[in-house]
Design a protein around this ligand. Structure first.
Ligand code: GDP
Ligand code: MG
Length: 186
C-alpha cells in the first residue's frame, strides 16, 4: 500500500471532584447523549472511542476516575500511561468547592503523571450567566482569573462546557485530540 494508514492510541485521563460532570462529558463526546441520572463512578470508568484524522485511525482510551477520596489509593494505577489529562470543575454555584480543588488535582497529576499536557474544563456553564464571567473580572471564576491560572500552570487550554446543552464539549475534546495527534504524527 502506498498510502500507509497508521494507528494512534491516546489515553485521556479525566479527574475532578465528584458530580462535576466527568462521566456525562465523556458520554456526550463519545455518544452525543446527555445522561440525566447520577451514577457515581466506581473506581474508574473506561471508554474506548475511535475517530479518524487525515485518514489515520485514532483510538482514544478515556479513563474517568472517581473523584471520591475513598479511591485515593487506587487512583495512582489509573494514571499510568496517560497521554493527556483533563481537570474538570463545575461552575454551578453550589459546587464551588470543585473550583477550589483544581490545585489539588493539578498536584496529584503532577505527582503521578509527571509532565503531561493538562486541559481545564469549567463544566455546567448552563447553570450560570456566562456574561458574568467575561464582564465581572472581580469574581474568582472569571475568564480573566482562570485564564491567568491556566497560563501559570501551563495548561493546554481552558474550556467552558456544558454536558447538558453540549456547549463546548466536542470542540474541547477535538482540540485536545488534534493537539496530541499533530504532536506525534510524524
Ligand atoms: P461525575 O461524578 O463527575 O462523573 O459527574 P456525572 O457525570 O455523574 O454528573 C453528575 C450530575 O451532574 C448528573 O446528574 C448529571 O446529569 C449532571 N450534569 C453533568 N454535566 C452537567 C452540565 O453540564 N450541566 C448540568 N446542568 N448538569 C450536568
Ligand atoms: Mg463519574
Amino acid at each position: 500500500m502506498l498510502n500507509e494508514e497508521k494507528e494512534f492510541k491516546f489515553k485521556i485521563t479525566i479527574v475532578g471532584d465528584p458530580s462535576v460532570g466527568k462521566t456525562t462529558l465523556v458520554k456526550k463526546y463519545t455518544t452525543g447523549s446527555f445522561q440525566k441520572d447520577y451514577i457515581a463512578t466506581l473506581g474508574a470508568q473506561f471508554s474506548k472511542y475511535g475517530e479518524v484524522i487525515e485518514g489515520n485511525q485514532i483510538n482514544l482510551f478515556i479513563w474517568d476516575i472517581a473523584g471520591q477520596d475513598v479511591f485515593e489509593t487506587m487512583r495512582s494505577k489509573f494514571y499510568n500511561g496517560s497521554s493527556v489529562a483533563i481537570i474538570v470543575f463545575s461552575h454551578a454555584p453550589e459546587e464551588f468547592t470543585s473550583f477550589n480543588r483544581i490545585t489539588k488535582w493539578f498536584k496529584e497529576l503532577d505527582e503521578y503523571c509527571g509532565n503531561i499536557p493538562i486541559a481545564l474544563f469549567g463544566n455546567k456553564i448552563d447553570l450560570i450567566n456566562e456574561k458574568d464571567l467575561t464582564l465581572n473580572e472581580d469574581i474568582v471564576n472569571s475568564d480573566l482569573n482562570i485564564g491567568k491560572y491556566s497560563k501559570d500552570h501551563n495548561f493546554i487550554g481552558y474550556f467552558k462546557t456544558s454536558a447538558l446543552t453540549g456547549q463546548g464539549v466536542i470542540e474541547a475534546f477535538q482540540k485536545i485530540v488534534r493537539d496530541l495527534y499533530f504532536k506525534v504524527k510524524n
